[in-house]
Design a protein around this ligand. Structure first.
Ligand code: ZN
Length: 390
């Protein structure tokens, strides 16, 4: 199938694209709205089943479901498409009707997830639909949709991130249909992020009668905070205390102090290295009555380049050019995305093949609906022209 055939097929799907896009934006799905996410997942489950895909739904106690929809497996390594169903916005944040068209430019739409990243969900589905229509059977295509991306997979206790890693294992490449950048930019690398808690235990004592019998956990924690801050070079990994709590009354030597810290990192190695150094500081207390633990939670890995990342971008850029679009530029992004879990498995990934727009995570979030067909066409042609030995 050539570039003209791809675009003309997608144009025949315009009404269905618009219908699906409006529908899934109107089902408002903040990460914590489990019932709404179940409703959306049920809707997509039916839709993907009707396309003839094998659909498996994964359910969790506190998070909305994850969906894996696949075509038939073949001898060649599969291709992964990813996106997420949850948004950051509380229900009703955009008003009564969540799908809003710009009065002057009907192609520009506003609403919760129009950009981040329900437009991307539609793109991934229509990539699959087109490949099925063209009779593509060379490689298995797997679509993975999760429901707690925006809360660092905490609601499923990391299970949805683990699902992405499991599905990515052995894949030849991945297109993460998350928010597409303006000006033809494709994300190749991203910061990772996480939280680590410093939990310091001391010994309580009466502050007036026998303070020397106590071991002050707040004082010990503050020395550790200062030592940890000394490590911070703002380059490969940077971190800092954000919340502190400890003590009960001013006349009691406090036996507990807890410090919540944010950590950001360019590489997963830098994260491991920083955490090891932080643990060493927590372990080295001159007072043997002080005991400290470092608890790492909410980890979003860093999206890293793998050996074939640049080659994948080249194939994608050739497809863009063939379709009459600009060749994209590969960029680094500060924020986290699920692409990180795929690259962690060594799979080359392009992130930001979702709908084009801007202002994600704000009430000014917008997207250009026409970019659904453009972005889908780029991914379809890349897949159709990917060499067997990639
Ligand atoms: Zn987001």
């Amino acid at each position: 199938m050539d570039s003209k055939g791809i675009l003309s097929f997608l144009k025949t799907q315009q009404n269905q694209i618009t219908y699906l896009y409006e529908n899934i934006v109107r089902i408002e799905t903040p990460s914590s709205a489990k019932t709404a996410l179940e409703e959306l997942a049920a809707h997509l489950d039916t839709y993907l089943n009707a396309m003839g895909l094998n659909v498996v739904k994964h359910c969790y106690e506190n998070a909305g479901p994850s969906i894996v929809a696949s075509t038939k497996a073949t001898a060649l390594p599969p291709i992964l498409l990813c996106s997420h169903l949850d948004t950051v916005h509380p229900v009703g944040a955009f008003g009564k009707d969540a799908f809003i068209r710009d009065k002057d430019n009907p192609d520009k739409v506003y609403g919760p997830g129009v950009y981040d990243t329900k437009g991307g969900v539609v793109i991934a589905i229509f990539v699959l639909k087109a490949l099925l229509h063209f009779g593509y059977t060379k490689r298995q295509i797997k679509l993975v949709l999760v429901s707690d991306e925006e809360v660092a997979h905490n609601l499923s206790q990391g299970a949805s991130a683990k699902l992405i890693e499991d599905e990515a294992s052995g894949a030849c490449c991945c297109f993460n249909c998350d928010s597409g950048r303006l000006n033809d930019r494709i994300v190749l690398q991203r910061n990772g992020g996480g939280i680590f808690k410093l939990k310091v235990h001391g010994k309580a004592a009466h502050a007036g009668n026998a303070p020397w019998e106590g071991a002050n956990a707040i004082l010990a924690a503050s020395k550790m905070i200062a030592a940890i801050a000394e490590l911070n070079d703002y380059n490969d990994a940077y971190f800092g205390a954000g919340v502190i709590k400890g003590g009960t009354k001013s006349n009691i030597v406090p036996d507990y102090c807890e410090v919540t810290n944010d950590i950001r990192f360019k590489t997963n190695a830098a994260y491991n290295d920083a955490l090891a150094k932080i643990r060493t500081i927590a372990d080295s207390n001159p007072d043997s009555r002080i005991h400290a633990e470092v608890e790492a939670t909410g980890l979003f890995r860093a999206m890293e380049k793998v050996p074939k990342t640049d080659a994948l971008l080249d194939h994608f850029a050739d497809a863009c050019q063939e379709l009459g679009y600009n060749r994209p530029t590969g960029v680094f992004a500060g924020g986290c995305s699920d692409a990180a879990f795929v690259t962690y498995m060594g799979v080359p990934t392009l992130c930001g093949t979702g709908i084009v727009g801007d202002n994600g995570h704000t009430l000014e979030e917008y997207a250009f609906e026409s970019s659904i067909i453009e972005q889908a066409a780029k991914v379809i042609l890349t897949i159709l022209t990917l060499p067997d030995d990639f």
